[in-house]
Design a protein around this ligand. Structure first.
Ligand SMILES: Cc1cc2nc3c(=O)[nH]c(=O)nc-3n(C[C@H](O)[C@H](O)[C@H](O)COP(=O)(O)O)c2cc1C
Length: 186
């Protein structure tokens, strides 16, 4: 199984990456492909709607590599800290560029096939304590992204209140996340 792990935090090895690492800690026999969005050159979608005519995004940048990875991965794990009740801006820029998949399905006269069906996990961390409802902004954005790339929203892991209680003091939480990773890929 090939898993595309999309790191959407600008801070490498901090909260969100630590949760991602815990998730994969004991998972074996899978191929991991990590991409760090803040290391990539991905331009904004300009709404040119060229993809509505031929199903191809004309912007030549690192998103072209991600389009290929969306076709070959069996599962996607997206990690993003919560920024203003949503995902980070680099994550949102990447998501907007998946408009190409909506165009292929709904705008082209000869509709193109969906990309391969994949399993999906969303991992997020937040500074303050959140209720289910306050997480809704990020969840809605990610669920429509997953839909665009034909990925089911199978699992969501959120660790909140990290401005007040650092992850280093939450060994039990990290162990639970490791357990969830094992369960998900077994
Ligand atoms: C620009 C910005 C916006 C943020 N917005 C929120 C927010 O809306 N809700 C929240 O709980 N935390 C918010 N935070 C805190 C981060 O989500 C939190 O510290 C997160 O764990 C950081 O993850 P990282 O260590 O992977 O960067 C924000 C932080 C930044 C820098």
């Amino acid at each position: 199984m090939k898993v595309l792990v999309i790191h959407g935090s600008p801070r490498k090895n901090k909260n969100t990456d630590q949760v991602i690492n815990a998730f994969f800690k004991e998972v074996k026999d899978i191929i991991l492909e990590h991409v760090y969005l803040y290391d990539l050159n991905i331009s904004y979608c300009t709404g040119c709607l060229a993809c509505g005519k031929n199903g191809i995004c004309p912007i030549e940048d690192d998103m072209q590599t991600l389009y290929e990875l969306f076709e070959t991965a069996d599962a996607i794990v997206l990690g993003s800290p919560m920024y203003f009740n949503s995902v980070t801006s680099a994550t949102k820029v990447m998501i907007d560029r998946t408009q190409v998949y909506w165009s292929r399905r709904f705008m082209l006269e000869h509709k193109m096939e969906k990309p391969k069906l994949k399993k999906g996990v969303f991992i997020s961390t937040a500074g303050v304590s959140h209720t289910e409802a306050s997480f809704e902004g990020a969840r809605k954005v990610v669920s429509i992204f997953f839909k665009a790339i034909n990925t089911s929203y199978d699992l969501e892991i959120v660790v909140d209140n990290l401005d007040h209680e650092s992850l280093e003091n939450q060994m039990e939480t990290l162990q639970e996340i490791t357990h969830k990773g094992l369960g998900f890929f077994s």
